[in-house]
Every structure is written in structure tokens, then in C-alpha cells.
Design a protein around this ligand. Sequence first.
Ligand SMILES: Nc1ncnc2c1ncn2[C@@H]1O[C@H](COP(=O)(O)OP(=O)(O)O)[C@@H](O)[C@H]1O
Ligand SMILES: O=C(O)[C@H](O)[C@@H](O)[C@H](O)[C@H](O)COP(=O)(O)O
Length: 169
Amino acid sequence: MKRLYVVMGVSGCGKSTLGQLLAQRLTAPFLDADDYHSEAAKALMRKGIGLNDVMRAPWFDRLEQAIKSQPESSIVLACSALSKNHRQRIRAMASEVRFLLLEVAPDLLSSRLENRQQHFANTSLLKSQLSTFEYPENENDVLPFDGAGESAILIEHVIDTLERHNVCC
Ligand SMILES: Nc1ncnc2c1ncn2[C@@H]1O[C@H](COP(=O)(O)OP(=O)(O)O)[C@@H](O)[C@H]1O
Ligand SMILES: O=C(O)[C@H](O)[C@@H](O)[C@H](O)[C@H](O)COP(=O)(O)O
């Protein structure tokens, strides 16, 4: 059985940051979906142009391959998983999938992205991220978290919540 924890949400919500902390706590490998984009896709996003689902398809295929080739039984993935269809595609990648949604207000997202260095996604991408994002309704495998606070506090809350839902460690 393979258990996949997906830290999800729009650009700047803190997926990579929290995902790495969670992977350390679970002693699990960490995969960042950002590392699986093509150069062409990154060039578009750098210009603030969001991907469409045709462009995303080979990216999801590469992610699936990377997840399936991990020998460990638990894996942490940071991936925006913006739409219901994207999440459905990710559910096919492992036998048990849990999404951890980080919710952050647009103003704070903007200021985080302005300050983030050396990343292809900047504030110009935020508009398309927010318009593509579909809030998970009736998706029982999605746990929402307030992503605005300090990471050191958030990770403790995440671990507590996973333990309470019996999906941890
Ligand atoms: N909880 C947090 N509090 C303050 N800054 C944060 C927090 N989480 C992430 N950041 C910062 O915000 C920026 C975006 O975080 P990142 O983890 O790259 O988000 P994402 O992977 O969702 O795009 C980074 O510069 C990161 O250091
Ligand atoms: O589905 C997509 O269009 C992309 O995955 C996008 O949503 C993602 O957020 C970018 O890769 C930016 O990277 P960060 O989210 O890590 O800033």
C-alpha cells in the first residue's frame, strides 16, 4: 500500500515549505511538483501565463511515474492540485491519498511571492492560480488548514490533525 500526502493550494500558500517539514517528520521522501514541469511550461508561468489541462497532462504523467518509482510506503508531494479534475488525476497515483489544503488570503500570497527569490512563479501568476482554483466541496480526503501562521506552529497542527484522523505515522 502506498500512502501519498499532497500539500496543495495556490502558488505562495506554503506547499514546498510545509511539505518539506512534513516529510522530515514522517521520515518520508519529499517530491515537489515544481521540479517536474517542462522548460516550456516554466517559461510560460514565468510570464504569468497559467497552464491549461493539455499542458498539464504530461506533467501529471511524470509525477505519477516519480511517485510510483519511490520504494517507500509514505510519500509527501507538494502540488497545487488546483481543480477537482487535477485532484482526481492525483488520486489515481497511490492507493491512499490525503490532501492538505493550505488556505492563505490573496494579499498575503502576493507579498510572499514578491519576496520569494529564484522561482519561476511570481506574483504575475497569482491571478490565473486564483481563477483556476476550485475549492474542494464534498471531497472528504481534503483537510483544510489556515496557512497564514508560522510554519513551526502549522506543522504541529498538521501532525495533530493527521493523528486524529488516523492517517499519520
Ligand atoms: N508559514 C509561512 N509563513 C511565512 N512565510 C512563508 C510560510 N510558508 C512559506 N513562506 C514563504 O512564502 C514563500 C512561498 O512559499 P512556498 O513554500 O514556496 O509556497 P508554494 O510552494 O505553495 O508556492 C517562500 O518565500 C516561503 O519562504
Ligand atoms: O497546475 C499548475 O498550473 C501549476 O502547478 C501551478 O499551479 C503551480 O502552482 C506552479 O508550479 C507554481 O509553483 P508554486 O505553486 O510552487 O509556486
